[in-house]
Design a protein. Structure first.
Length: 271
């Protein structure tokens, strides 16, 4: 009897062994499959957390001088400069602390979103750069006004304003502007590598100066004691600036106000 059943036993064991191997292989493949999915999923989550989609930056409208210079092939406003201005703005310049005369150029400033307020300031500094330097980042002007020399505490013959917003090296100590006068001495006057001529430094400094005027000193946006002659009402320079402020962002509602008072001439903005 024992010999009769001896043959099939090895085949039965072999069959069981093959089944065990197959089950083990299936489990192994399944483990690898799910582990791969988990790793891919974690990688995707990590990537989405580390690199969130960047919000679209609104571009400021073109000032009249920017449009004209584009037609003539001259210096124009670089759209990247909008971002420089917007990133340099302190929270207070996006709040109710901004003086009321801002409504002369942007009637809806206090009810706009902060995003639109940033765009307004980008446009404002584009207009300021247009009036001050004709949108030329390399503009340098030597002045002979005794008053300006006294303000800068230098001899009349050495007064020089430079860059998009016509600033001076003295602003480094006065407002904390990112200029390096010592390092710039080894460079030529018209070298764009000079710190005061670099648009990022110049525009950032301009924001700091205006912040000092309207937030820290609580002065109006337009005042006879402004750093810039272009922001002093009644001057020729101011009229040049005001002409550049006739095309602010649509969110400002300036065109709606004009439409309501359509009989009022545009020159009222410059008054």
């Amino acid at each position: 009897m024992a010999d009769r059943h001896a043959g099939p036993v090895p085949r039965l064991l072999s069959s069981r062994k093959r089944g065990f191997v197959q089950i083990f292989a299936l489990k192994w493949y399944a483990a690898i499959f799910f582990a791969t999915i988990a790793l891919v999923g974690c990688g995707a989550k990590h990537e989405s957390r580390s690199a969130p989609p960047r919000p679209q930056v609104k571009q400021a409208p073109h000032t009249p001088i920017d449009v004209k210079k584009a037609e003539l092939g001259g210096d124009t406003w670089n759209p990247q400069w909008n971002q420089i201005v917007e990133q340099a703005l302190p929270p207070a310049m996006l709040s109710s602390q901004v003086p009321r005369d801002v409504r002369r150029f942007c009637p809806r400033f206090y009810v706009m979103s902060q995003e639109d307020q940033r765009v307004f300031w980008a446009y404002f500094f584009q207009a300021l750069a247009g009036a001050e330097a004709g949108l030329d980042p390399g503009a340098t002007v030597r002045h002979t006004e005794p008053k300006l020399a006294a303000r800068e505490n230098v001899p009349v013959s050495r007064v020089r304003t430079e860059g998009l917003l016509q600033l001076t090296y003295a602003d480094q100590q006065r407002y904390g502007c990112p200029f390096d006068q010592q390092g710039d001495r080894s460079l030529k006057l018209n070298d764009p590598a000079r710190s005061i001529l670099q648009p990022k430094n110049n525009l950032t400094c301009g924001v700091m100066i205006l912040d000092n005027q309207i937030i820290e000193q609580h002065k109006p946006l337009l005042t006879r004691s402004s750093y810039w002659a272009t922001l002093r009402p009644g001057t020729l320079s101011y009229r040049v600036f005001a002409k550049q402020m006739t095309n602010p962002p649509a969110a400002c509602g300036l065109h709606l106000v004009r439409g309501h008072h359509h009989s009022a001439p545009l020159k009222e903005i410059a008054e």
